[in-house]
Write a protein that binds this ligand. Structure first.
Ligand SMILES: NC(=O)c1ccc[n+]([C@@H]2O[C@H](COP(=O)([O-])OP(=O)(O)OC[C@H]3O[C@@H](n4cnc5c(N)ncnc54)[C@H](OP(=O)(O)O)[C@@H]3O)[C@@H](O)[C@H]2O)c1
Length: 234
């Protein structure tokens, strides 16, 4: 399989890339600093904040046959950081849409393909400090659902909520020291990566880990109680 993946410099994206590469698949990683990275797979340099660069990349990959597209890249500006709101939408949503739209026509023509969009519970439930991030993920959810309705059944569209993971996400996005410290206690990204790789042929939504039960409780319980449960455990 040929896999095009964003966000594979670290965290969940890197774990997914490692697993697929170790399984013998051809991995092509879209990296913002490709010239400094030396992973054992191919890389393409692109800063996903830049819509022009993403459009050029989309034109370049249109002709290549991509079997699996994984969008794991994301950024999470603090709510008050207005300068990074557009960046967050460009990285988390616009690049996902433009790159997916570039590879989907060949998947439809071939009658096979998988698209994986890494989303978050923040798209569905409010989390303190993550409102802009949540808004980008809700937009990504809406696009993935619309894409799933548009493509034939042999092209799979999977929306993944990987749950909390101990990655550099919190530190690299400038969250407060206590948040960064707490994030170190989260499970490693490998479990979610293994679950994603095992589900590349699946369609629909996959929620990984204990957050699945939290989300279910929030959805089923009467609103005030659901809100309490949510606040207590997030
Ligand atoms: N960690 C969690 O608890 C958690 C929870 C729910 C959902 N998620 C989601 O899971 C996915 C992976 O998260 P993670 O924890 O692995 O995050 P991470 O460690 O912060 O990795 C984010 C990835 O996105 C890339 N990226 C960010 N801005 C970019 C840009 N402008 N151009 C190109 N690439 C860019 C980063 O590349 P650089 O190395 O160049 O910065 C990195 O490879 C994300 O979609 C995130 O929203 C994470």
């Amino acid at each position: 399989m040929r896999v095009l993946i964003t966000g594979a410099s670290r965290g969940l994206g890197r774990e997914i890339a490692c697993l697929l590469h170790d399984d013998g698949h051809e991995v092509i990683a879209v990296l913002r600093n490709a010239e400094h990275a030396h992973p054992p797979w191919s890389t393409i340099g692109c800063d996903l904040r830049d819509p022009n660069a993403v459009a050029r990349l989309a034109a370049d990959i249109e002709a290549s046959e991509v079997d699996v597209f994984v969008h794991a890249a994301a950024t999470a500006p603090a709510n008050a950081d207005r300068g990074r709101i557009a960046d967050a939408f460009n990285v988390n949503v616009v690049s996902a849409i433009v790159l997916a739209d570039a590879v989907v026509p060949a998947m439809i023509a071939r009658g096979s393909g998988s698209l994986v969009f890494v989303s978050s519970l923040a798209a569905l439930c409010p989390i303190d400090g993550f409102s802009v991030y949540g808004a980008t993920k809700a937009a990504l959810d809406a696009y993935a659902q619309a894409l799933r309705a548009r493509v034939p059944d042999d092209v799979r569209v999977l929306l993944v909520r990987p749950g909390r993971m101990a990655t550099d996400f919190f530190h690299s996005n400038g969250f407060a020291a206590d948040v960064v410290e707490r994030a170190r206690t989260f499970p490693p990204a490998l479990g979610a990566a293994q679950a994603v790789v095992a589900r590349l042929d699946d369609d629909g939504e996959y929620v990984h880990g204990p957050d699945r039960w939290l989300l279910r409780a929030k959805r089923l319980l009467p609103r005030p109680l659901g809100r309490l449960v949510w606040k207590r455990f997030t």
